[in-house]
Design a protein around this ligand. Structure first.
Ligand code: ZN
Length: 503
């Protein structure tokens, strides 16, 4: 088992070697989403961060049990359901389904378990009962059950916050039912609103507070202590702080999680104040928010590559031109993969008999798994792993320019293709057949530009006919017309092909 993986642990604020509780096994819990609408690309970044983590851990041989919850009981869900005259659990079930579709379209592997709060009320009740029995929680006069933060001396050790500072920061008498303003709700008494989903409990009818669900579900699937807990950086306080307090007090075991991983946020640009550019921006990827909208315009792997260019802990200000640049970079990767697959069918000749570009490429490809894994082992540094991939892509291009090597280089391609497979397995990049990728780009870029495939094919045929009739003026006019539309026409002996320019 590889013991080389190192990761930043928010708990210790240092990079630590990964040492799992059980050799070769990892229990990973990641806070999922509160589901009341379609997911946007900020969610995609968070989900992708842990997709890279899970894929790499599995590729390194770990048996990963990956749990990611759906919060389907929440104030925002109830409010949205009331607006629409729907049952809150039905509304959230609809959006859980939409979320699963979006994540599948992004190539994000499904978790081992994806529990919903509404399915785990007995686990939640049991944990709350333990906390009350141990003196860590109390039922207040208003019928709510609160966790008493003062009963847990270590409260604040994840976020570095101190209880005294928290209390000083609270406004006076925010909630008089609490003993300490920092106490948080484990169980909320039913408000009497018929739209609110509620359950019976020993403390009266009500519903769980937000934080308790993750403690209860993590315990149900991963046990009292497990290896890694993840989520967005905004969850460190209070959500994760509260999870630790509830779990360590409730189970009597610690640590709740050995490592805490937090992803940085994707920030979205705001529309211009005058709103003048809004429509244009939404069409040109500038201000698209939903995952499913962006996937109409670019293949999923463009988004994967765009996210992988920044290591998961860093904040990422979203920029549409960055996504288009990522698509261009992906196009270069697929061109190289296409070359490698083509040369793999050529004559097998010992690499030593080929020229320098082939020898260099071969050596680089042999060393690729080590370079790639070193980067990923180093706190899942996808940016560095991509750098290794681009070095390989450039070497494939140099090799591809050597016409003699192209006809004889099949043996040199063996490690090159293995390298592309490794990147596909861990980053989910270059996982497609090149032609399928080029076709998808063509179709999506045309649709995004509001162009018709039939119209372009008809004009390509007209140009081919003009060339056959030696009407060079007409052929050149059509080429210029295509060029102005961002379509690159490539003449070859049997006719011509075309593709969308990525810019
Ligand atoms: Zn959580």
């Amino acid at each position: 088992m590889s013991a080389r993986i190192r990761l930043y642990n928010t708990l210790s604020r240092t990079i630590e070697p990964l040492e799992t509780r059980e050799s070769g096994k990892i229990g990973l819990y990641v806070c999922g989403m509160t589901v009341y609408d379609y997911c946007h690309i900020g969610h995609a970044r968070a989900m992708m961060a842990f997709d890279f983590v899970v894929r790499h851990l599995r590729q390194r041989g770990y048996d990963v049990t990956f749990v990611r919850n759906h919060t389907d009981v929440d104030d925002k869900i109830i409010a949205r359901a009331k607006e629409r005259g729907l049952d809150p659990l039905a509304l959230s079930a609809t959006f859980v389904h939409a979320l699963e579709e979006d994540l599948a379209a992004l190539g994000i592997l499904p978790p081992t378990r994806a529990p919903r709060v509404s399915e785990h009320i007995p686990d939640i009740l049991e944990l709350i009962a333990r906390l009350i029995a141990k003196g860590n929680a109390y039922r207040a006069d208003n019928g709510d059950v609160y966790f008493a933060v003062e009963s847990y001396p270590a409260y604040g050790h994840l976020s570095g916050k101190k209880l005294d500072d928290l209390r000083a920061g609270e406004r006076v008498a925010v909630d008089s039912a609490k003993r300490n303003p920092a106490d948080f709700a484990l169980w909320k008494a039913a408000t009497g609103d018929p739209a609110e989903p509620t359950w019976d409990s020993p403390w009266g009818r009500g519903r769980p507070g937000w934080h308790i669900e993750c403690s209860a579900m993590a315990r149900h699937y991963l046990g009292d202590t497990f290896d890694i807990h993840g989520g967005g950086i905004d969850l460190v306080f209070p959500h994760h702080e509260n999870e630790i307090a509830q779990s360590e007090c409730g189970t009597g075991h610690g640590p709740y999680a050995r490592y805490w991983m937090h992803n940085g946020h994707l920030t979205l640009p705001r529309p211009d104040e005058d709103g003048a550019d809004d429509e244009k921006m939404s069409k040109s990827l500038g201000n698209v928010i939903r995952i499913r909208d962006i996937l109409q315009e670019v293949p999923a792997e463009a988004l994967r590559l765009y996210f992988a260019e920044t290591q998961y802990r860093s904040p990422l200000p979203y920029a549409a031109d960055g996504l288009v640049r990522a698509l261009g970079a992906l196009d270069r990767i697929y061109s190289a993969k296409e070359t490698a697959l083509e040369v793999a069918r050529a004559t097998p000749t010992p690499v030593a008999e080929l020229g320098d570009p082939a020898k260099e490429l071969y050596a680089l490809a042999i060393g690729f798994p080590a370079a790639f894994n070193d980067a990923m082992d180093d706190d899942f540094n996808t940016a560095q792993a991509l750098a290794a991939l681009f070095e390989l892509v450039r070497a494939v291009n140099r090799f591809g320019n050597d016409k003699k090597a192209r006809t004889k280089g099949a043996l040199a391609m063996v490690p090159v293709i293995a390298a592309f497979d490794l990147a596909a397995n861990v980053l989910g990049i270059a996982a497609m057949e090149p032609q399928a990728f080029f076709d998808e780009v063509k179709q999506k870029r045309l649709a995004a530009a509001g162009k018709s495939l039939a119209d372009i094919e008809a004009r390509i045929l007209a140009r081919t006919a003009a060339r056959a009739a030696k009407d060079w003026a007409e052929a050149d006019r059509l080429r210029a017309e295509f060029d102005a539309e961002g379509i690159v026409v490539m003449d070859n002996p049997t006719g011509c092909s075309w593709r969308m320019r990525i810019e």
